[in-house]
Write a protein that binds this ligand. Structure first.
Ligand code: KG4
Ligand code: ZN
Length: 348
């Protein structure tokens, strides 16, 4: 029986480790350490080579700290769950090699985890009763995915972005507004001081479940270059851009809820750190579905969600062997792309 899982996440620019321990039938979070790499802020984005070097320096101390905070010696760890992909290959390699070494040396179980699947598990750490079926919206720096989740381990793609991811759009618009990287938090903050007075497009709203954010990004660029006073108008541009993104995300999620008849929506990924998005979504789904979102620390990249997704797969009897590889474009196990929706599905 697996009672203690050590999670490791190094897919991008956070080095993170976490410990989950069995509490009755459920896993409970005993510790979570996240070390964010500041170095990338001066470059306006993540520099892969610098990220992997920083992971190399940090991984040992971060894992040690997570075990120490949990009060659990390495010997007591039953299994290691590690992000195997998708992500930056050099960064992934650091975590995967470290996890394999720990598993081999201590004769522990090993499980490679898909980073995006882990984002869906994040809210279950605080809301252990959360169970499918639900609609999941994963919005991160690299992905925008709307999913029908009929049960854990099965994910049907309803829609995804055709160009930029939602978080990527936030980062690019933040750069136009000279707000630094990552762009989501300063845009969310600035938007509270502005109003949605620029008439920006809501791309593909009302047209199926796919997303497109590059046209919106270009519309912001035209606005910025079109003679606005950036200092005076920055907050209104941020508010207008954020409102346009939220209208699209919310509109399509609402349509997915109406089509599936599910009563729960799960938000995940870095953009779901935005309280403004969670509130906007909850407001527009009132009476239709409950919106569940983890606290920001569990939504941004972290090892607790990796340990939690690994826990699920370990519980299913799955194991990775020591041939586990870091895979920058790792296929998502259980992901189906063909639509399977019937309007006769009962509301949960
Ligand atoms: O999931 P994540 O931490 O890393 C990836 O796997 O991509 O997502 C990072 C993304 C960045 O694009 C960042 O700007 C965005 O999440 N983000 C936000 C907020 N906080 C982070 N976007 C909008 N509002 C926020 N408050
Ligand atoms: Zn992520």
């Amino acid at each position: 029986m697996i009672d203690v899982v050590l999670g490791i996440e190094t897919s991008c620019d956070e080095t993170s480790a976490a410990v989950l321990v069995r509490d009755g039938p459920r896993p409970e979070l005993a510790s979570l350490v996240i070390l964010s790499q500041d170095i990338h802020t001066v470059f306006g984005g993540v520099v892969p080579e610098l990220a992997s070097r920083a992971h190399l320096t940090a991984i040992g101390p971060v894992v040690d700290q997570a075990l120490k905070q949990a009060g659990i010696p390495l010997d007591a760890v039953d299994a290691i769950a590690v992000t195997a992909g998708p992500g930056l290959v050099g960064s992934l390699l650091v975590g995967v090699c470290y996890a394999k070494a720990l598993a081999a040396a201590g004769d522990k179980a090993l499980i490679g985890v898909h980073h995006l699947e882990a984002h869906i598990f994040a809210p279950t750490i605080e809301h252990p009763d959360l169970e499918p079926p639900f609609v999941a919206l994963i919005v991160s720096g690299g992905h925008t995915l709307l999913l029908d989740v009929p049960q854990w381990g099965r994910y049907r793609v309803l829609g995804e972005t055709r160009d930029d991811a939602a978080g990527e759009a936030f980062d690019k618009v933040a750069s136009m507004l000279e707000l630094g990287y990552p762009g989501g938090p300063p845009i969310e903050h600035l938007a509270t001081q502005g109003s949605d007075r620029f008439d920006l497009p809501r791309p593909m709203l009302g047209q199926g479940f796919d997303f497109s954010f590059s046209g919106l990004k270009t519309a912001v660029l035209h606005t910025v270059r079109g003679g606005v006073d950036l200092d005076a108008d920055k907050a209104d541009i941020a508010a207008s851009f954020q409102a346009a993104v939220f209208d699209v995300l919310t509109g399509k999620t609402r349509a997915a809820v109406e089509q599936t008849g599910y009563g729960t929506v799960v938000l995940g990924g870095g953009v779901a750190c935005s309280r403004a998005l969670a509130m906007h979504m909850a407001r527009h789904l009132t009476g239709l579905a409950r919106v569940t979102v983890a606290q920001p620390r569990l939504n941004a990249d972290n090892a607790a969600m990796i340990a939690r997704a690994g826990w699920f797969h370990l519980d299913q009897g799955e194991r990775s062997d020591l041939y586990l590889e870091a895979d920058a474009r790792m296929p998502w196990p259980g992901l189906e792309r063909q639509p399977r929706l019937s309007s006769s599905r009962p509301r949960s």
